[in-house]
Design a protein around this ligand. Structure first.
Ligand code: SF4
Length: 64
């Protein structure tokens, strides 16, 4: 799985960090999400799917 994060769409809600803290963090200055890994480790994929589902800005796309 590859994660594509569109920071231009991100509204800094933090939902992705709550759902998948191993894959997402937020910039301190404005809360915009940043990717920690482009390919989540085994075991984190379900969390990343959940993050993409709950993102209110549809800023997270996944390529399986
Ligand atoms: S859930 Fe979406 S809008 Fe919220 S911080 Fe993450 S990428 Fe940004």
């Amino acid at each position: 799985m590859r994660i594509d994060l569109d920071q231009d769409r991100c509204v800094a809600s933090g939902q992705c960090v709550l759902a998948a803290p191993d894959a997402f963090d937020q910039r301190e200055e404005d809360g915009i999400a940043v990717l920690l890994v482009e390919e989540p480790p085994a075991g984190a994929e379900e969390d990343v799917r959940q993050a993409a589902t709950v993102c209110p800005a549809l800023a997270i796309r996944l390529a399986e």
